[in-house]
Design a protein around this ligand. Sequence first.
Ligand SMILES: Nc1ncnc2c1ncn2[C@@H]1O[C@H](COP(=O)(O)OP(=O)(O)O)[C@@H](O)[C@H]1O
Ligand SMILES: [Mg+2]
Length: 251
Amino acid sequence: MKALDAQHYLLTVSLRREAIESFDTYPFSLPVVRNLKSLELHPKVTFLVGENGTGKSTLLEALAVACGYNPEGGTRNFAFETRASHSPLHQALTVSRSLKRPRDGFFLRAESFFNLATEIERLDAEPAPSPPIIDSYGGRSLHEQSHGESFFALLMERLSGQGLYLFDEPEAALSPTRQLSALARIHDLVCMRSQFIIATHSPILLAYPDAWIYSLTEDAIERVAYTDTEHYAVTRSFLNKHEQMLKELLA
Ligand SMILES: Nc1ncnc2c1ncn2[C@@H]1O[C@H](COP(=O)(O)OP(=O)(O)O)[C@@H](O)[C@H]1O
Ligand SMILES: [Mg+2]
């Protein structure tokens, strides 16, 4: 597919430090928040990587809320809420945008895809003049599909390009082969002027070439090259000498 011009929707996300009373309490105590000044986003794909607990999901959720998405995930039209609250981080974020507005959008939270499936069923059970929502997800209830199948249906059927897509660990449900297919689909959507921000641990997804990878650590947020990520290095050395590494690990 021939790429259209790269489409920035979001340019930067920055933290208004003066809006924060104390960095001692959650979520402001998280390394990602303490280290965040201004994060420039790639026009195509921006990845967030880092150890469990560094705050990738918290940042992604705050960005989603600041952009008008439901903190539980979904498109901007979903407004259901099954949890009591989300973090107040979004109130301290400034998101700078281009003049173009995305025509499509989706916030995928790994943990609440189930709730989204339930919400689609609830909405479709109500009388409405419009076609059922599930039709735009391929027509089959997301509850009747495996986690991987339903996420794949979302990716292939529901997302239509010219979109802003925020994904939290989309690989969680996907086999390695499907991760490769997801990579190809992400590329198609990029060629249709979409912008992605993805928190991931997947050494497969991270290989996408037109992307920036931000590594979140205790001390900093740094842009790193794909082959310099721990994900690449660890996976590579494990696969190259798994017998030797297992001997050491399991000794
Ligand atoms: N409501 C909350 N109150 C206090 N701490 C929380 C809350 N939600 C998440 N945390 C903590 O914030 C940290 C960062 O969580 P998260 O953003 O999910 O990290 P990541 O996605 O990078 O693994 C975790 O240690 C988690 O326990
Ligand atoms: Mg997370």
